[in-house]
Design a protein around this ligand. Structure first.
Ligand SMILES: Nc1ncnc2c1ncn2[C@@H]1O[C@H](COP(=O)(O)OP(=O)(O)OP(=O)(O)O)[C@@H](O)[C@H]1O
Length: 340
C-alpha cells in the first residue's frame, strides 16, 4: 500500500495568517539526456492562498504535471529542479531529503491523480486504507480512526458509508473511487492538494460532481488546491485563479473570470476561442493551428511565436516576461513595448 510517513509533528509548517500555502519562485526543471539538457519548466512562479484553487491549464506537454510533481518532490530521475524555490506554508521544501519529503507528503500535501486505482490498494478495504492514513498522522485510537474514516466518506458524499468502509476498491464505481481518493487526500488535513486531471478519466456526468465536491472541500477546509487540467471547462467551473502554461512557462495568469472573458495573451485567446461555450467541455486544446514545440526544438524568443498571428521580429529573438496586461498578467510583447 502506498503510504506516507506522518510520524513527525509538522505543525511548524502550517500556514500562519496571510501566508500562502504554496509559493513557487522561478522554478526550472531539467531532464539531462544523452543529447543535452532539456528544460521542461523554465522560470515558473505561482502562489496559492489558503482556500484557493489555482487552475494550471495548457496543451499536452506544456509542463503542468511536471510542475505539480516538482512541488510534491516526486520528479523521477533524471528529472531535477535546476533553479528556483518552493515554499509550503512558508517553509522551503525543494531542498529537503527524500525522508523529509515523504513525511510532508500526505500530511502537509495531498495528491489526487487521474486514475483513482493508482492511489488505492486493491487488497485492502477502503476503511482499512483510510484508517491507516488517519492513524499515521494522528494518535487516534483504532475506533476513533474508524469514526473519522466514516465521517470522511460521508463528507465526500459516499452513500451508505458505514457499509462502504468494509468494501474493496473494485466494488466502487470510478466516480465513487475518486471520492475515496479525495477522502484519503483530506485525511491528514493537508494545507495543499495537487489534483492532476482528477476528473479526466471519469464519465462526463460524474465530472461536475467531483469538481463541485473539490471546490466545496477546498472552501470548507481552507485547503489550497493546484488543479492541473487541459480542460478549460473544468477550470471555468472550479478554479479561482488560473495559470496558462505553454512550453514550460506561464504565459498568462489572473482571476478565472478575467482570463476567460478578457484574455490578453494570443495563446489564451486561442484557447478561449476553441471553447464553443463555457458549458461545453473541450477535450482538446490543439484547435489552435500548429502544435507545441518539442523540448529539443523550442524556437528562440517566445516559444509561441510560430503559431502566433500577432508575432513580430522581437518575438523571434527575445523571450517575453510576465507583465501586467489588462486585469491579468501576460508574457507577451504586445503588453511590453511592442512586437516590432
Ligand atoms: N522523463 C522525462 N524525460 C524527458 N522529458 C520529459 C520527461 N517527463 C516529461 N518530459 C517532458 O516535459 C514536458 C512537460 O511534460 P508534462 O507531463 O508536465 O506536460 P503536461 O502539460 O502535464 O502534459 P500532459 O497533459 O500530456 O501530461 C513534456 O515536453 C515532456 O515530454
Amino acid at each position: 500500500m502506498q503510504t506516507f510517513d506522518h510520524s513527525n509533528d509538522l505543525r511548524d509548517v502550517r500556514s500562519s495568517p496571510g501566508q500562502p500555502v504554496l509559493e513557487v519562485s522561478n522554478l526550472s526543471v531539467e531532464f539531462p539526456t544523452r543529447r543535452g539538457v532539456l528544460t521542461a519548466i523554465d522560470g515558473v512562479s505561482m502562489r496559492i492562498e489558503p482556500g484557493e484553487i489555482l487552475g494550471v491549464v495548457g496543451e499536452s506537454g506544456a509542463g503542468k504535471s511536471i510542475t505539480g510533481l516538482a512541488v510534491l518532490g516526486l520528479l523521477e530521475a533524471p528529472g531535477r529542479i535546476a533553479a528556483g524555490e518552493i515554499h509550503l506554508s512558508g517553509r522551503r521544501i525543494d531542498r529537503l531529503s527524500e525522508k523529509e519529503l515523504t513525511r510532508i507528503r500526505g500530511c502537509e500535501m495531498g495528491a489526487i491523480f487521474q486514475d483513482p486505482l493508482t492511489a488505492l490498494n486493491p487488497l485492502f478495504t477502503v476503511g482499512a486504507q483510510l484508517e491507516e492514513t488517519i492513524r499515521l498522522h494522528s494518535d487516534l485510537s483504532r475506533e476513533a480512526a474508524r469514526e473519522r474514516a466514516l465521517h470522511l466518506l460521508k463528507e465526500v458524499g459516499i452513500p451508505a458509508p458505514r457499509e462502504r468502509l468494509s468494501q474493496y476498491p473494485h466494488q466502487f464505481s470510478g466516480g465513487m473511487r475518486q471520492r475515496v481518493v479525495i477522502a484519503l487526500a483530506l485525511a491528514a488535513e493537508p494545507a495543499l492538494i495537487i489534483a492532476d486531471e482528477p476528473t479526466t478519466a471519469l464519465d462526463v456526468s460524474i465530472q461536475a460532481q467531483i469538481t463541485t465536491l473539490l471546490r466545496r472541500l477546498c472552501k470548507d477546509h481552507r485547503t489550497g488546491i493546484m488543479l492541473v487540467t487541459h480542460d478549460m471547462g473544468v477550470i471555468a467551473e472550479t478554479a479561482d485563479r488560473v495559470a496558462v502554461m505553454y512550453s514550460g512557462r506561464i504565459v498568462e495568469t489572473g482571476r478565472v473570470e478575467d482570463v476567460i472573458h478578457n484574455a490578453q495573451h494570443p495563446y489564451t485567446k486561442g484557447l478561449m476561442a476553441a471553447i464553443p461555450s463555457l458549458h461545453e467541455r473541450v477535450d482538446n486544446l490543439s484547435q489552435i493551428d500548429g502544435s507545441m514545440p518539442r523540448l529539443n526544438a523550442r524556437p528562440s524568443g517566445c516559444a509561441f511565436n510560430p503559431r502566433c498571428p500577432m508575432a513580430g521580429p522581437r518575438c523571434r529573438s527575445e523571450a517575453p516576461r510576465l507583465v501586467p496586461a489588462g486585469p491579468n498578467e501576460a508574457a507577451c510583447f504586445l503588453h511590453d513595448g511592442g512586437v516590432a
